[in-house]
Write a protein that binds this ligand. Structure first.
Ligand SMILES: [Zn+2]
Ligand SMILES: [Zn+2]
Length: 368
């Protein structure tokens, strides 16, 4: 079928909305008509990678309505409202131990470019292959192909343009706290970076009952939003001595820290901010070449735990976790809409611009 898709033709180039041919769903595939899609920093990080086989169709926070299902699909039916997350195999040791975010076939399933079993590709532009199936979706389009393990059915009365970012950014921040860190009530937790992931971590820290919820960022408007979302303390990294401020608030170091900037120097701060027995979770994406240094004696003597987290986090299963997050949203505990700025689909380049300069925390594109 013919779809409208925002293609990237070059590294860091503008996206261009083009007519693209998309294959019919295979036996295990699901065709979704998009209603909304979030824009995530991972889209921008990969858009900046010159080694990608252009053109590429990005987007991985899609939400929409099931339009067609393959003959072997039983999880959803035509007309169901769904949000989507990344793909996993369901059969590897990670998937079988309730850790699908760490599927051993993650790269193959999420970054193969939309190859079909027959060796062709699902998307073509001017009879040339398009790298699609990005993170199991390629949601910057009117329609996409996905599979059962990517979709989470949601009630038809819920606003898909609010729930779309639950598939990646919100799930990642909340999963890092609620599933990976699991902070105890009354504890102190510092979030470094008040973007979409960091603010989702903050909301999760409040849900978990953390007593001191400290947010560090350089942008005043983000710190103000953090206070509105439940930060008990905010620290302006542009003017304050961050470590001294954290030590003073927590009385010698935090119980938990969440690193959501992806900047190695900030990761080092997130480790240094911990007190005795503290745990840090690294969530921000620093890139394949990055490295972080820490003092092993301090890590040993303070019994510090350093962990990573992606997507739903440790022991997080999107099919269970995303409905839980929707429950928090309904109860007013996860006000995702306060992070969102909406754009019509044809303003996608403006959304990218505003995500880059930080003026939009979570851009969401509405499809016509
Ligand atoms: Zn797997
Ligand atoms: Zn993402």
């Amino acid at each position: 079928m013919k779809i409208q898709a925002a293609l990237a033709f070059a590294s860091n180039g503008p996206l261009s909305i083009e007519t693209v041919d998309m294959a019919e769903p295979g036996p295990l595939q699901i065709q979704v008509k998009l209603v909304a899609t979030g824009l995530c920093h991972t889209d921008l990080n990969v858009l900046a990678n010159p080694a990608m086989p252009w053109p590429v169709l990005f987007g991985h926070e899609g939400a929409g309505v099931v339009e067609k299902v393959g003959s072997q699909v039983s999880k959803v039916a035509v007309g169901d409202h769904v949000i989507m997350t990344t793909s996993s195999c369901g059969k590897c040791p990670s998937c079988l131990s309730a850790n699908p975010s760490y599927c051993t076939r993650f790269r193959e399933l999420n970054m193969s470019g939309g190859k079909t079993c027959e060796g062709g590709c699902t998307h073509q532009h001017d009879a040339k292959p398009v790298f699609a199936g990005f993170l199991g979706q390629s949601s910057f389009a009117s329609h996409l192909l996905t599979s059962e393990r990517n979709v989470i059915k949601v009630d038809a009365d819920l606003p898909l343009d609010v729930l779309a970012p639950l598939g990646c950014g919100i799930q990642t921040g909340a999963g890092a706290v609620l599933n990976t860190l699991q902070p105890h009530p009354g504890s102190s937790l510092v979030v470094f970076g008040a973007g979409g992931v960091g603010l989702a971590a903050l909301m999760a820290a409040k849900i978990a009952g953390c007593g001191q919820r400290i947010v560090v960022d350089k942008v005043q408007s983000r710190l103000a939003l953090a206070e509105e979302l439940g930060a008990t303390h905010v620290i302006d990294a542009g003017s304050a001595d961050v470590m001294a401020a954290i030590n003073e608030i927590t009385g010698g170091g935090a119980d938990y820290s969440v690193e959501a900037t992806g900047i190695p120097a900030v990761m080092e701060q997130a480790i240094a901010a911990l007190g005795i027995g503290g745990s840090v979770v690294l969530v921000g994406i620093a890139g394949a070449q990055a490295s972080v240094s820490f003092n092993p004696t301090i890590v040993q003597s303070k019994k510090i735990k350093i962990q990573g987290s992606i997507m739903a986090g440790a022991g997080g299963v999107p099919d269970l976790f995303i409905p839980k997050l929707i429950g928090y949203w309904k109860a007013g505990l996860l006000p995702v809409e306060k992070l969102i700025r909406y754009y019509p689909f044809d303003q996608i380049n403006q959304a990218i611009h505003d995500a880059h300069d930080g003026s939009a925390i979570k851009p969401v594109l509405r499809l016509p």
